[in-house]
Write a protein of this length. Sequence first.
Length: 405
Amino acid sequence: MKKMFLALLTSTALTISCQSRSALTVNVVNPLDADRSDETVEVLWSVIRERIGAVEPQEVAVLNGQGERLLSQVLYKGQPEPQALIFQVAVPAQGSAAYAIKRDKPANLSAADFKVSARLVPERKDDFVWENNRVAYRMYGPALMAVDGPSNGIDVWCKRTENLVADKWYENDLSGKASYHRDHGEGLDCYKVGRTLGCGALAPYINNQVVLGNNFVLSKVLDAGPIRTSFELTYAPLDVAGASVVEVRRISLDANSQLNCINEMFINAGDMEVAAGIVLKNNKVPANVATADTAYKPLLAPDKGYVTYAEQADALKSDTVNNGVIYTAIIFPFGEMSDAKLEGNHVLAVGSYKANAPFTYYSGAGWSKATTGDGALRFPTEKAWQEYVASEALKLKNPLKLSFK
């Protein structure tokens, strides 16, 4: 009888143990007085394994409070084994929302489920292009430097479709079918970078001078979607105050965001000032402070951790169309912005880099002609863009809080 009781007790304990490991509940709390939606949360893979046991990445499912399966992604961050799981949430102001992570059959993802992409484009002189369902960006590779000279700034491609278009635009442009410098209904490349930081690249800032680097020499995709794309670019050694410094940029872009998260490392550099910059424009080309278009005045808010700028979008000389206005921004969300200024041909956000530690910040762009899923203009005015940037800066300073059970 005693043995039978112990057997039943053991069986019950195992059942309870199995039940407790069948799912992980994630409670997401919003500390702000504003609703938050389409925002990515990240759960460490070690937490998932601890709660639901050994599970294959493709077998993990995320369910909302109504039991509906959400789009999710296992992050590898360039490693051979899973590092984390991400999904996007909607949480009311000063409220919370619960999500369940459980073992389930693999999701049947289609190309339409992917909201992000990134790749090296060797057929276009080693460009590196990345995009999400709102905006696209580009960085210039080694093959282009011999043709156009050095440039390590961030380029912007404006979109008014939620489809991923970079591959199509490259194919059409290179074949002569349609130039991506003209808007054929989906958007276009209408942003000039030149020998500048473009839309928010970072550089050493030594003795009040921006030290511009050259084109990247190595690229590596770390995560390929469907919610987040991330990649790493490595640059050739650069002389920075007498030291041979190698810059490594890790950039990620999430679905439904205008902003890149950028982690910068300067290998072999000591503590130093750095500056993220947005190029000033006049008549659609880079201009210095004295000659920049006075119709577009930068907003400098170092106390709030961001700067913004607006400019008339570029167009081919043969075109008479108005390509609207491009809005840009830099956010230092963690209090590192020691100064914001107009200097040379840039709006600069200045901060301090600590040796052997990544410097994390955000930069990105919007467009006056970009539309939402229902056809409304996403940023009809510069004020609308500035409100978006202020809201994103506040969210970054007040992240969603996760608890598990």
